[in-house]
Design a protein around this ligand. Structure first.
Ligand code: FAD
Length: 488
């Protein structure tokens, strides 16, 4: 039993945390460890660590917002994914916990003229997170899956930077079940290490409980109106911490203070999947997944890595194929490997608030298309060099290529706005911190609201810019840094 129930219409607490993802879970642990009276509310449900058994369909149905990828209105085929359950995105994610790249932290320090974001200052937070989640990188992993080894091979022949991926692995099995619904199967989950462990120390948790509106009295947030099991309740809190994630924190702010309160756009990383057929068995089943990443082009906002791949996952992206081709893939399924090119997008997703729904719209920037052409060309040529026989590109049409084609022509003709297929699972910077009156910001660089001094934000929305790398480690470190400063 997870829920502390509303025994009456109204409930009181010292700290109310709204949302239980990467930011909310850090706040829950931090404040409970400090002996504070903390209530955590979460719109989604509670699923035990291994309850969904690594099933993507069960995970979509229960643990994702809108039961899977939310469509983004765009010329391209584009879906955005985020979690909606206790643990938020951390429950369904890949468990890669990166430190923020130094180039990103350096940019923030410079922007705010404040050393609080220097790598030196953040190091202690990373070390703490890595200790709690038992983060390992390759030094401790001997069993890399074949897709990762292909990335390593490309690194060698091209003489480029390939790094070990830091992962929160808890599995002693070599078999890898870390797909999109695998909280806890092979990773040390935040749910366990930050949320459930804090419950034992007094954290109160209410799931299926959605915050609808922040209510202001005398210049402070006096209470929050929530619904649980279709009943409206009121929570009175001394301090309110927003941690609803990159699409929902701006939504709650707009529901509370009107559409003009915040101009909301969300920074995203785009993921474009490239699958390649090799002349021998390649598929992920043997070895630990995602252990290598090409980081040579990080300063250009581009990363290349293996991706989560099982049959249903691959086939869901191939619905456009005819039956004969699908049968051929099925016959050789173990020879296919999947990779993604991840790009920090120049353009942002616009979060339109329409009749209380968030409608996402986006247009890929011309410069990003040019960049993608460059890296697609590099990566496809590299894959052919290391033995790929056929490559499936993330295009609606003309997606199958072999090494005899003219790659440059194919990319020029097909890597165009209305032929691209992509997804994003990294949204951020939709309610950024900043310096008052110098930018469109509602929070200072300590995460505190300019308008209401008992309101804080410490989830992905607050981040000053793209993290380039996967954001969970940064969100967690930033949350800890905000709490450190607010507790002083
Ligand atoms: C499939 C997938 C794979 C990923 N893989 C990785 C990875 O390997 N490494 C990495 O670093 N990052 C990864 N990410 C991204 C990472 O998980 C997110 O960036 C991170 O979880 C965001 O944290 P957050 O605190 O901003 O909010 P979220 O994790 O989005 O959590 C917000 C929570 O708040 C709840 N909520 C929203 N509105 C309300 C409301 N009004 N009232 C109450 N509750 C509310 C939501 O239901 C949700 O549970 C992945 C994401 C996905 C979806």
């Amino acid at each position: 039993m997870i829920n502390d129930n509303f025994s009456k219409q109204e409930i009181k607490c010292e700290y109310l945390i709204i949302g239980s993802g990467a930011g909310g879970s850090v706040a829950s642990k931090y404040l409970t460890d400090y002996g504070k009276d903390v209530l955590l509310i979460e719109e989604g449900d509670y699923y035990k660590v291994n309850q969904l058994k690594g099933s993507i369909s069960q995970s979509f149905l229960h643990a994702w917002r809108n039961s899977g990828f939310t469509p983004v209105l765009s010329n391209s085929n584009f879906g955005f994914g985020e979690g909606k359950c206790l643990g938020g995105g951390t429950y369904i994610n890949g468990g890669l916990v990166w430190r923020t790249p130094e180039i990103v932290l350096h940019g923030w320090s410079k922007k705010f003229n404040d050393e609080v974001y220097s790598y030196e200052n953040f190091k202690k937070y990373f070390e703490n997170i890595e200790r709690i989640l038992e983060i390992k990188n390759n030094k401790n992993i001997n069993h890399h899956n074949n897709e990762s080894l292909k990335i390593q091979e490309i690194g060698k022949i091209k003489n480029i930077k390939v790094v070990n991926v830091p992962k929160s692995i808890n599995s002693t099995e070599i078999e890898n079940k870390l797909t999109l619904g695998a909280a806890g199967l092979t990773k040390n989950s935040i749910l366990e290490k930050y949320i459930l462990s804090s419950k034992k120390k007094g954290l109160r948790i209410i799931t299926n409980c959605k915050a609808n509106k922040l209510v202001v009295k005398n210049g402070k947030i006096q209470s929050v109106i929530v619904t649980q099991n279709k009943k409206t309740r009121i929570i009175i809190a001394d301090k309110v911490i927003l941690a609803c994630g990159a699409t929902q924190t701006p939504k709650l702010l707009k529901n509370s203070f009107g559409n003009s309160f915040l101009k909301s756009e969300m920074t995203v990383h785009l993921n474009l999947r490239i699958s390649a057929k090799f002349d021998r068995r390649i598929q992920f089943k043997e070895g630990i997944m995602f252990t290598k990443q090409i980081q040579e082009y990080l300063n250009d906002g581009v990363l290349i890595m293996p991706t989560s791949f099982n049959k249903s996952n691959l086939f869901s992206s191939l619905a456009k194929m005819n039956n004969k081709d699908l049968n051929n893939i099925e016959k050789n399924i173990y020879n296919y490997g999947s990779f993604i090119i991840q790009l920090s997008s120049l353009n942002k997703i616009v979060l339109n608030n329409f009749l209380n729904k968030t409608i996402l719209t986006y247009q890929i920037h011309k410069k990003d298309i040019e960049k993608l052409k460059k890296y697609f060309k590099f990566f496809c040529n590299s894959l052919f060099e290391i033995g790929a026989e056929e490559i499936l590109l993330p295009f609606k049409k003309n997606f199958k290529i072999n090494k005899n084609i003219n790659l440059e022509n194919i990319l020029n003709e097909n890597l165009i706005r209305n032929n691209i297929e992509m997804v994003s699972v990294h949204g951020m910077s939709s309610a950024t911190m900043g310096i008052k009156n110098t930018s469109n910001t509602k929070f200072d660089i300590s995460g505190r609201s300019f308008e209401f001094d008992n309101l804080y934000c410490l989830d992905s929305s607050i981040l000053p810019s793209s993290t380039i790398e996967s954001p969970q480690g940064t969100i967690m470190a930033m949350a800890q840094s905000i709490l450190d400063r607010s507790m002083q």
